[in-house]
Design a protein around this ligand. Sequence first.
Ligand code: F6P
Length: 363
Amino acid sequence: MKKVLVATGGGDCPGLNAVIRGIAKRATQEKGWEVWGSYEAFNGIMENPPRMIKLDESNTAGIHVMGGTIIGTTNKGNPLRFPVKKADGSVVLENRLQFLVDTIKELGFDAVINIGGDGSQEISQALFEAGIPVVGVPKTIDNDLSSTDFTFGFQTAVQIASDSLDRLVTTAASHHRVMIMEVMGRNAGWIALYTAISGGAEVCLIPEIPYDLGKVIEKIRARYDDGRGFVNIVIAEGAYAKDGIITGVQGESGRNSVRLGGVAFTLSQQLKDAGLEAEIRETVLGHTQRGGTPIAFDRVIASVFGVKAMELVLDGKFGQLVVLKNNDFSSVPITEAIKTYHVVDPSGTLVQAAKGLGITFGD
Ligand code: F6P
């Protein structure tokens, strides 16, 4: 009997369970293949005894509609930089790749499917280079992987944010307020941009276009002067002002410099300090964008990714990442996927179209 190991790593994302089910369903059509899940990324199998579960049609039935991941996930314990606490309380980062490679071999796995974002795919590539047959599946609500048109979970996050904006619009209009809604996305503005277009925001602030506070205020005042008297601002958690004041996410590991809620409240304060008279309210959607059932689009791409990943294993095509490219499913070398960070193009079609809809980016 051959065995494939499945792991989900990094932040969770709607659609993870649909990928797991797709892998299990496709594998059970082949006689001679078993699917096993490692709990909390690879941490599960690196424990003694290993924490893992056999995944089959019965325990994955119907899970494609469920949020989260049935095998758990974590962004702690990256085997390439594993944090180890020393006796003096200090923490050093150890490379545990060889231990993971040895463990995968000792447990008798013939292949690995690693579902995760850029950090997880860096681990996939390291495993592959160390001789482990690996297939990657791209995951993140941020949509910041360059090799795929969309990552699953992104459209669900946008739907949740767009529904929330619809609700803020009516209360903004009733109270003649400025509403600032902060969305996730790390250093990419995709969720903010799609949400602003979908929900009809007046202002959209994204990390790719540092904003000029004066331009934002100009837009707000114009909306009050022409009698409409309310403004909806969507701000990405990584957005920051042009004058160099860093308000949001910066740095390679995501939003670590300012915790959740940083940018909505910072912008609010900046507007007040600049003398804006209008009443302002802040909303931080936070992890609601990552929870709950995936929308149909994400269920479809996640399910197909699962099937395709298992087929790459069956075909012996390793070091590959399944992708959706030009509206078709294929695969690319994992190295392609991790070499560039996919962000919004400030002069691209979407931003130009958003401007055509009257959305101000503060540039
Ligand atoms: O990468 C997905 C994401 O949700 C980002 O949008 C956000 O910055 C980050 O993860 C939040 O991470 P955590 O789960 O550590 O709060």
